[in-house]
Design a protein around this ligand. Structure first.
Ligand code: AR6
Length: 167
């Protein structure tokens, strides 16, 4: 597996799958989630609605992942995963690691070999970016997967530097 870093907007990536840092409602939000739905178009939300009406009536649990079409994005699929909200009172690292592992597992099921990840939980969900980068890199490196091209796409310089330090 080759791991590369890109500084920029994940919605501009060309990959088999783009991972969305979603919330359990799957109904969109701010950050990466907002950007993906804006640029990918209404088809993505339509499929998310269908998922809520079928398998995920109560929403997608934290640490889990599920795929939809990527709509107008330059990808075949969006893999939605729900990161944990950072908490000082409780160690939720295993849930954050699970997001990366489960996303790669879904990618394998789909046959996706190139996957672009954002820094899950490191925005609105408040995870300190150095620790988010550590968990992301360690988990992806340890994963048993057929995904050959993993890209971490970091919007800002600080996140990029944190991932660079961990790689
Ligand atoms: N491309 C790449 N990275 C981005 C982009 C982008 N277009 N936009 C933001 N980031 P966040 P979370 C970075 O907040 O912390 C939503 O409302 C951002 O700077 O997108 O997991 C969902 O619906 C940060 O480093 O995701 C949930 O409710 C990282 O992506 C909640 O936010 C993750 O920030 C999830 O929060």
């Amino acid at each position: 597996m080759e791991i590369t870093l890109v500084q920029g907007d994940i919605t501009e990536q060309r990959a088999d799958a783009i991972v969305n840092a979603a919330n359990s409602s799957l109904m969109g939000g701010g950050g990466v989630d907002g950007a993906i739905h804006r640029r990918g178009g209404p088809e993505i939300l339509e499929e998310c609605r269908k998922l809520r009406a079928s398998r995920y009536g109560k929403g997608l649990r934290t640490g889990q992942a599920v795929a939809t079409t990527a709509g107008r994005l330059a990808a075949r699929w969006v893999i939605h995963t729900v990161g944990p909200v950072h908490a000082r009172s409780e160690d939720r690292s295993a849930l954050l690691a699970s997001c990366y592992r489960e996303s790669l597992r879904v990618a394998d099921e789909l046959g996706a070999t190139s996957v672009a990840f954002p820094a899950i939980s490191a925005g609105i969900y408040g995870w300190p970016v150095d620790d988010a980068a550590r968990i992301a890199v360690e988990t992806v490196r340890a994963a048993e997967t057929n995904v050959a091209d993993v890209r971490f796409v970091l919007l800002d310089g600080a996140a990029y530097a944190a991932f660079e330090a961990r790689l």
